[in-house]
Structures are given as C-alpha cells and as structure tokens.
Design a protein around this ligand. Structure first.
Ligand SMILES: NC(=O)c1ccc[n+]([C@@H]2O[C@H](COP(=O)([O-])OP(=O)(O)OC[C@H]3O[C@@H](n4cnc5c(N)ncnc54)[C@H](OP(=O)(O)O)[C@@H]3O)[C@@H](O)[C@H]2O)c1
Length: 291
C-alpha cells in the first residue's frame, strides 16, 4: 500500500464558537487538473472567517463540513514563492489551488508577511479604485487590515485622506500616510468636515455616513449595505489586480503591516480575540515546518 503523507490542517467539523476549530492530521492534498500543491509558509486571518466558523454566513456561503479554514496563502510551489486567495485550506501545512489563482510573491518583504496581502489588499483596491486626485476621502475603520491598505491606495491616487483610528492603531495609520486622524472613540465623525468620499469598513448604519458628504459625494462600503446612491463592495478574487498590488509592494508604494504571528494551534485564540475586538491590523498564522 502506498504510504499516505499527513499534514496539520485547522478545520471545523461543525459551526459554533472558536472551540470548534481543531488542528487535525489529514492527508496532504493531491492537486487535480490545473492545480498545484503549495507548501504553506503562512496564512493570514480575516475577521469574516469568524462568521463562517460560527455559521452566521451559512446561508450566503454554505460550506461542506469538515471545512479547512484559511483563505489567504503565502507559500512555495516547487520552490517558487507565491501568494493567493484560496477558497479555504490555507491554514494548513500544504494546500492545493488552481495555478491561475496564484501570483508571484513580493520579493522585498518576508514571504510570511505577504500572506496579509490578498483578501484585504484586493478588498481595499476594489473599494478605492474610483478615487481621484484631490478628493477628500474619509476612511472609516483605517485601523483594520483592509483600512491600512485603503489609506495607502487612496494616498497613492492623490487623495487627501482622513482616517478614523483609535490610539492603538493611530501611529500605524499615520505611517500609512493619512493626512488627518480622528479617534472614533472620542470624536464624532463629522469632525472630518464635508468629504467627497466615505470609504466605510465598519458595520455602522449607512444613515450616519451620508450626512458627512459634500454635495455630489459618495459612500463606498465594504460592510453595511448602502442605498442605491452608494456603492457596496463585495470583494472579487482577481489575480491580475493582486499582481498589481505585489508590484506596488515591490516599488515601495504599499507597505504590508503585520501586527502578530501565531502558530496554527493558536488560530482558535485569534478567533476569540477578534470577536472580543482585540485584533487590529493583519495577523498571520504559521504552520509548523512541514514534515
Ligand atoms: N465586502 C467585502 O468583500 C469584505 C471583504 C473582507 C472584509 N469585509 C468586512 O470589512 C470589515 C473590515 O475588515 P478588516 O479585515 O479590515 O477588519 P479588522 O482588521 O478586524 O478591523 C478591525 C478594526 O476596525 C476598527 N474599528 C472597530 N470599530 C470601529 C469604529 N466604530 N470606527 C472606526 N474603526 C473601528 C478598529 O480600529 P482601531 O484599531 O483603530 O481601534 C479595528 O482595528 C469587516 O467588517 C469585514 O467583515 C468585507
């Protein structure tokens, strides 16, 4: 009988609180047609995964159980460093993916940190893509994983960026280039004055955002649904755009901030911390060295 190689994979067998996350020994996946095997260097955590784990998303994104967690991946394919956004399974020692979902990793930052880029970077890109030079842009939720990229991409587009961030994230957000920072814990949002665009990355009621706009301004939200005169973003997995983000990283335009690194066995704790509002910025999850 051929020997089966095992690996560790963080999976859920049912929906529920973070204790449903188990690190299982499972066979190393075998790539199908058009797929490749990735030796995972890191996965990055996205808070939406807590909603998938809990079952809150079960209607919108039904998954087959057991489900291997982890959407963002950085790793190597035949020794070549790659990153990508997978449908799951990145919180594992190995993962498979369609080859055309993956792009060459940035060469100027550590591979594990590059795991922070795909989902948050693409969501930020697709949120700010119609911003033009000179616009006053309020990034609400700049302290989060998407927010850090959104501030930088809006600045790169030539916008004047006002960012909401609490004390723990203010320095990082300033480092990303925000021109003004509003501490949302102490200061009302209208301190920003009228703005041309609100980029909303926080689950607040959209009625609170429209009064912040100057005449003709627009609300772009990656969270709360917005009325027809706003734009709601549901991020798309777009490898060509991801390659553009990698180019910006390697040009020194886009910084990838990582605020923490945890082993696979710490993933349940990261979910707990995220649900308690204790995670800020991007954290990466690293499997043990593959056997
Ligand atoms: N539409 C899509 O396709 C899509 C894709 C991915 C994610 N999302 C959603 O987008 C949102 C942001 O994602 P993320 O990955 O950036 O989340 P995240 O990293 O977990 O963001 C957490 C940050 O939100 C900030 N925050 C919390 N309450 C706030 C408030 N009232 N005002 C301003 N900032 C506040 C905090 O900043 P401080 O550190 O400054 O306190 C915190 O660091 C999530 O709701 C996520 O589910 C949507």
């Amino acid at each position: 009988m051929p020997s089966v190689h095992l690996m560790q994979s963080a999976r859920i067998h049912r929906h529920g609180d973070p204790s449903v996350i188990r690190v299982d020994d499972v066979p190393v996946p075998v790539p199908g047609s058009g797929e490749v095997l990735i030796r995972v260097e890191a996965n990055s955590f996205n808070p939406t995964e807590t909603a998938l784990r809990s079952g809150f998303l079960a209607e919108l994104f039904p998954v087959e159980l057991p489900y291997a967690l982890g959407w963002d991946v950085a790793g190597t394919v035949d020794g070549d460093p790659v990153i990508g956004w997978l449908d799951g399974g990145a919180a594992s020692e190995f993962a498979v993916a369609p080859a055309d979902r993956l792009v060459a990793a940035p060469t100027t930052i550590p591979l594990a940190e590059a795991a922070a880029l795909p989902l948050a970077g693409l969501t930020a890109w697709q949120t700010v893509e119609d911003i033009t030079a000179g616009e006053r842009v309020l990034v609400n939720g700049a302290g989060g994983g998407i927010g850090g990229f959104a501030v930088q991409l809006a600045k790169h587009a030539g916008a004047h960026v006002i960012a909401t961030a609490s004390a723990r994230s203010a320095e990082a957000v300033r480092g990303y280039g925000a021109d003004e920072i509003i501490d949302y814990r102490t200061t009302p949002l209208d301190a920003a004055g009228p703005v041309d665009v609100v980029i909303n990355l926080v689950p607040v009621a959209s009625e609170t955002l429209f009064p912040l706009l100057d005449k003709g301004g627009r609300v772009i939200s990656a969270t709360t649904p917005v009325p027809a005169d706003g734009r709601h973003v549901l991020a798309r997995n777009d490898p060509a755009q991801l390659a553009e983000l990698v180019r910006l990283v390697d040009q020194g335009v886009l910084r990838v901030g990582v605020t923490g690194s945890h082993p696979l066995t710490g993933l349940a704790e990261v979910h707990r911390a995220s649900e308690a509002g204790l995670v800020h910025g991007k954290v990466v999850i690293r499997p043990a060295s593959p056997r």
